[in-house]
Design a protein around this ligand. Structure first.
Ligand SMILES: C[S@@+](CC[C@H](N)C(=O)[O-])C[C@H]1O[C@@H](n2cnc3c(N)ncnc32)[C@H](O)[C@@H]1O
Length: 270
């Protein structure tokens, strides 16, 4: 039997948020159902309140009308913070152990930086490969759901903070300093391509030697993460490596088929 009781304020707020989520998928192709609800709701409420709007529906209507606010919101939601050689010690491992191991099997590597933000990770890999095997040809591609950040990635221009973990000889060799910004040389930039891609619902490529997906899944639900890691497993070649963030672990890696090579590095067995 239908109740004639008026909705409580919290029911009304839930409906408001549900409608907001539906409209947001259409507006920016971000499906909040795949993200941890409590954290996301708290972050979005804080942004919305700062914009001086007190309901989710009014907020999404405003996002529709105001491209500047929409861009700011997508930037906020996707948290694009990144830097070259982020977690320096782990990239050193990649350089000394994993990439040489992959190169033994295949002289032309296929490398994916998934959730690449400003391209720092993809370019870090291009620099490492140039150091290890100069003039060799590999395919390195970065993907992100945020179209604006992909455009920035393609410029290869970084602030002092974004290159703070880069050793001086590498900075000298691969960057030019202009107007207080570090400009990556074309010789490295031209080795990386970028494209828009949503990890949660776009198709994945296959035959990949190395996938780096770091600091991307923090707000994903456990279910969305599991699905993603399974899809990464399928995308890798046998012997391929998945490199995750310095705070991330794949709880069910064995069930998926991964072997934990070292902390943060998962291998698809040969
Ligand atoms: C904090 S950055 C990480 C950048 C880089 N991987 C690193 O570790 O420095 C997170 C990136 O993940 C992207 N992202 C979040 N959800 C995504 C999704 N569903 N599909 C693709 N990219 C996503 C964001 O747009 C953001 O640029």
């Amino acid at each position: 039997m239908m109740s004639n009781q008026p909705s409580s304020p919290s029911q009304t707020q839930d409906q408001d948020y549900e409608l907001f989520k539906k409209k947001l998928v259409r507006l920016v192709n971000i499906d909040l159902d795949y993200y941890k609800e409590a954290q996301m709701k708290r972050r979005i409420t804080s942004f919305r309140d700062q914009a001086g709007i007190n309901s989710f529906i009014l907020f999404v209507n405003q996002l529709e009308k105001d491209p500047v606010l929409k861009k700011k919101f997508v930037d906020y939601l996707t948290i694009n913070v990144s830097e070259l050689f982020r977690d320096h010690a782990l990239f050193a491992k990649l350089e000394k152990e994993f990439i040489p191991q992959l190169l033994k099997r295949s002289p032309r590597l296929n490398i994916w930086s998934a959730g690449c933000s400003i391209g720092a990770e993809a370019y870090t890999l291009a620099i490492i490969l140039d150091k290890l095997v100069p003039n060799s040809k590999h395919r390195i591609f970065g993907t992100d759901l945020d179209e604006e950040i992909i455009k920035r990635a393609a410029t290869g221009v970084y602030s002092k903070e974004e290159v703070r973990q880069v050793e001086q000889p590498i900075l000298d060799k691969y960057f030019s300093l202009k107007d207080n910004k570090y400009h990556l040389h074309d010789s490295i930039k031209s080795r990386v391509t970028f494209k828009k891609h949503n990890l949660l619902n776009d198709p994945y490529e296959t035959d990949i030697d190395l996938i780096c997906c770091r600091n991307v899944v923090i707000y994903f639900t456990e279910e969305a993460k599991q699905k993603l890691y399974r899809r990464f497993f399928d995308a890798l070649k046998p012997g391929g490596i998945l490199f995750v963030g310095g705070t991330e672990t794949i709880l069910s890696h064995q069930a998926i088929g991964f072997k934990l090579s070292q902390t943060f590095f998962y291998e698809k067995p040969l």
